[in-house]
Design a protein around this ligand. Structure first.
Ligand code: AMP
Ligand code: GLY
Length: 422
């Protein structure tokens, strides 16, 4: 099988790695890929969806996997399916679960999926009235895609009103903020749960925890995610069962009933409050860096999982995971997440710890290949050091041993990834 992966991050690199160890996979293409994905396959400098479909037809690509949300929201799946091509991801309509917070919140309400109390509005007056009924902190969200930055956790009523005013006037997020969601603050612990869906059936992956803040102890600014681990012991059978019955099943049934069956990754942002899973948000793709820890735990061939999901045939698949743990530590560039950083050469020591050869690896993200053939840190989140082990502690130790072998000017990382589990 030949596979095309759309995207350029560590997430797409890790999907490539999983396909690489799958005997059924022959060629892997990335569009556009990054400075390291060309060691796993071939990078394509094509971004137009029609031109990508042409490439797929001309080169016998059997399956396309879409990593990021933007092409999904823009309809790449619709275009490929109209041309009879097999692609893993939701249609543009179904991708609204991520593309519009208002669509998502109203969908959850229609299908009785537990979520924070909220209003959606484009009226400042209504926002103020609702804010007055809540206790601080209060959460204010821009409707559209804001690259993960459209959420303000306001510590006071005044701050919430200010945030609502700035979003609605278009000052903070432009068009994406001309409608907003105001909601109650949920106090609990956060999980990332992923269900691979084929429209009707689904496979739930081991639950993960992300670390969104830049600094240890969850301090500092929000980021795209500084590290993650899976499976988390903070989830028990009871929580999985509630997620299946109250969240995933009503969502898949609801999407089908509303004429937009959901195929792809349903990324469920969960807050567990007093043992009850409450939905913060949906995304329609893998989390990054969660994907980098989940792919190494996948025991079944990755091509089977994605192909069967894309063709509505998950029922016939038995998907297994290793009974192990994975911890991933993001190494970011100097100025992340504030501004870009000049490229810095990446130097990786010879790996002399025997145990790292089989149980640790790097997923490359914001890297580019220089004209000198060397690898440079060129993005915000540069790479993820992933350790796998029989325990979280062991996986964490291996991930950090690998971190110690990787050097580039200005590198930064958290030193406490997986702390909530230890
Ligand atoms: P979102 O983009 O909706 O995932 O929000 C980004 C982050 O804000 C989430 O990962 C949570 O950490 C936090 N957050 C969002 N909504 C709430 C809420 N209602 N209560 C508490 N934290 C929230
Ligand atoms: N790691 C969270 C995300 O990908 O949105």
């Amino acid at each position: 099988m030949n596979v095309l992966i759309i995207g350029a991050g560590g997430r797409e690199y890790s999907i490539g790695l999983a396909l690489k160890r799958d005997d059924k996979v022959e060629k892997i293409y990335f569009a556009p890929g990054n400075g390291a994905t060309d060691t796993l396959g071939e990078n394509l400098a094509i971004s137009d969806f029609g031109a990508l479909a042409d490439f797929v037809e001309a080169n016998g690509v059997d399956l396309t996997i879409v990593g990021p949300e933007a092409p999904l929201v823009e309809g790449i799946v619709d275009l490929f399916e109209a041309r009879g091509l097999t692609i893993f991801g939701p249609s543009a309509k179904a991708a609204q679960l991520e593309g519009s917070k208002i669509f998502m919140k109203n969908f959850l309400a229609r299908h009785n999926v537990p979520t924070a109390k909220y209003i959606e509005t484009d009226s400042l007056e209504d926002a103020y009235t609702f804010i007055n009924t809540l206790e601080a902190p209060i959460v204010v969200k821009a409707d559209g895609l804001c690259g993960g930055k459209g959420v303000i956790i306001a510590q006071s009523h005044d701050e919430a009103k200010r945030a609502a005013g700035e979003m609605l006037s278009g000052n903070s997020f432009g068009e994406a903020g001309t409608s907003i969601v105001v909601e109650e603050f949920l106090d609990g612990y956060e999980l990332s749960v992923f269900a691979i869906c084929d429209g009707k059936d689904y496979v739930v992956l081991p639950a993960a925890q992300d670390h969104k803040r830049l600094l240890n102890n969850d301090e500092g600014p929000n980021t795209g995610g500084m590290g993650a681990y899976a499976p988390t012991p903070l989830v028990n059978e009871m929580i999985y069962q509630k997620l299946n019955e109250r969240v995933i099943e009503p969502t898949l049934k609801g999407m089908e009933a509303e004429g937009m069956p959901f195929t792809g990754v349903l990324f469920i942002g969960v807050m567990v409050v007093k043992g009850e899973p409450i939905i913060l948000e949906y995304n329609v793709r893998f989390g990054d860096p969660e994907c980098e820890e989940l792919m190494p735990l996948l025991k079944s061939p990755a091509s089977e999982l994605f192909y069967k999901a894309a063709t509505g045939d998950l029922k016939s698949a038995t998907i297994e995971f290793y009974d192990k743990y994975a911890v991933g530590v993001v190494m970011a560039s100097k100025n992340y997440p504030y501004k870009s950083t000049p490229p810095a050469e990446i130097i990786i020591d010879d790996i002399y710890h025997e145990e790292l050869h089989e149980n640790a690896h790097i997923s490359y993200a914001g890297v580019s290949r220089g004209e000198d053939g060397k690898l440079y840190a060129s993005g915000g989140r540069v790479l993820v050091c992933v350790g796998v082990g029989e325990s979280i502690k062991e996986a964490q130790e291996r991930a950090y041993m690998l971190v110690g072998q990787v050097h580039f000017a200005g590198k930064q990382c958290r030193t406490d990834i997986a702390y909530q589990a230890l």
